[in-house]
Structure formats: structure tokens, C-alpha cells
Design a protein around this ligand. Sequence first.
Ligand SMILES: NC(=O)c1ccc[n+]([C@@H]2O[C@H](COP(=O)([O-])OP(=O)(O)OC[C@H]3O[C@@H](n4cnc5c(N)ncnc54)[C@H](OP(=O)(O)O)[C@@H]3O)[C@@H](O)[C@H]2O)c1
Length: 242
Amino acid sequence: MTLAGKTVVVVGGTSGVGLHIVLQAAAAGAKAVGLGRSPLRVAAAQEKARAAGVAAVFEQADGTDETSLRAALERHAPIAHVVASALDAEEHALGDFRKTGTAGLKRGMNKFWLSCTLIEQSDDLLEPDGSITLMSGSDERKAWPGVVAHAIVGGALNALVRTLAIELAPHRINVICPGPTVDSVNDAIERPQRVTGMQPWGERFPLKRVGDSSEVAHGALFLMTNGYVTGTILDIDGGASV
Ligand SMILES: NC(=O)c1ccc[n+]([C@@H]2O[C@H](COP(=O)([O-])OP(=O)(O)OC[C@H]3O[C@@H](n4cnc5c(N)ncnc54)[C@H](OP(=O)(O)O)[C@@H]3O)[C@@H](O)[C@H]2O)c1
């Protein structure tokens, strides 16, 4: 399968992994659309695409708001591939269970509900051989203290795709399970503390480094273009889960 001329919509497509998916899909000839809430990030992503010489489009939409998301999806239908790569870092509870409590875990599950909303709102707008790609995280595959909110949402997403692969066929649905990942191009400039904070994690993994957003995005393009893959959890984590 080729992406040439196909419409790809990425919720959370204005930063990090999602931005790289939009840029890589556009470079492969797709009509690629990145959605995000912040107008500043939308404008910055548009500028990055221009600087990279690719014709991607970025628009404001909130993936947790059915009306906002549906309007954005309808503007670009029919759609070949949708991706949920959004995470609200401020809402996401970090810390052990005694710190996050039930309220923190409920906030952490917002990413799960956003993914469900995307699946529901795009179902009738997807082409028959279209695909859905979700984003979980390696904290579900290997337990670490202090990241229980990441672990539970990852586990829920990984479970979701296995059942929905049966229920939604012929649409395909898969999930990428990334390890700690930085955007080496943009984070180094925009949030260097994230890069330095993440690096020690990488030392614990077989490949001795954290991932790059472009490497995780590469997995998303594989899942879109291989028409025989569904119900798969694709680990892209430098061996973190081993
Ligand atoms: N980076 C890692 O180490 C890592 C590890 C494991 C898993 N993951 C997963 O991989 C995915 C991407 O992570 P990342 O680090 O690349 O993220 P990121 O750079 O923080 O980008 C998150 C994107 O989501 C958007 N977003 C947040 N809430 C949204 C909403 N309600 N509606 C629409 N867009 C929304 C953000 O823009 P606005 O805030 O402007 O909306 C931004 O574009 C996430 O699901 C994350 O949990 C990441």
C-alpha cells in the first residue's frame, strides 16, 4: 500500500511523535493533517513543515471534544488513516499510587478516552481498507515505580486493539508501544530539560539510549502501509520491555 494521495489525520500532530508522523506521511505523498489544541503549536508545526519542504496541514481541534474532532475529521473525509498521538502532559499524573490516587489515575485515562473518541468519530469516514493507529507506552510492558498512570492507560489501549481488530475489520487497528522518546530536532531547542531528564532512562535499556520521535513515527507509517497487520502491539523501545 502506498500513502500517495491518501489522507492521514493525526490527533496530537503538532508536536513530538505526532508531528513526525505528519511530516513523514506528507513526505511519502499523503495529504497529511496534524491536529492539536494550541494555536501557537499549530503555527509552529506549520512553519516546521514549510522549513522541511513538505505540504502538510495543521489545524486546531481538541481530540477530547466530540464536536471539535468530528468537524475536523469531516473537513478531510474520506480518510485513509487516523492516528491518536495526543497526550496532555499537564493532565498526566506522574508519581506512585499514593501520590496520584484514584483522581490522578482517572486523569491519566483521558488519553484512553481520546483514543476511543477518535475511533468512534472516524469510523464512518474511513476508507474500507483504512487504518487506526494508537499510542500506548512501554511502562505497561515492564513495571517501574512512579509511572502507574502511564502503565494503566497503556494496558487499556493494548487490550483495546486486540478486540477491536475483530470488531472493526476490514478497518485495521494497531497500537505502538514506545519507550522513552525525545524529539532530537525540536526538544533540544524547545524543551532541553526533557532531553537531559530522559537520557538516564536510556542507559537501562539494551540499546543504551532513549528513542527518537522520528523512529516511533516510522513505525506508524509501517502500520498504515502494511495491509495485513491488525490487532498488533508494536514495541519501539530500544529493548526497554525485554
Ligand atoms: N515521549 C515519550 O517518552 C513517550 C513514551 C511512551 C509513550 N508515549 C506516547 O506517545 C504519544 C506522543 O508522545 P510525545 O512525547 O511525542 O507527545 P508531545 O510531544 O507532548 O505531543 C503531544 C501532542 O498532543 C497534543 N494534544 C494534547 N492533548 C490534545 C487534545 N486534547 N486534542 C488534540 N491534541 C492534543 C499536543 O498539542 P496541544 O497540547 O497543543 O493540544 C501535542 O501536539 C503520547 O500518546 C505519549 O503518551 C510517549
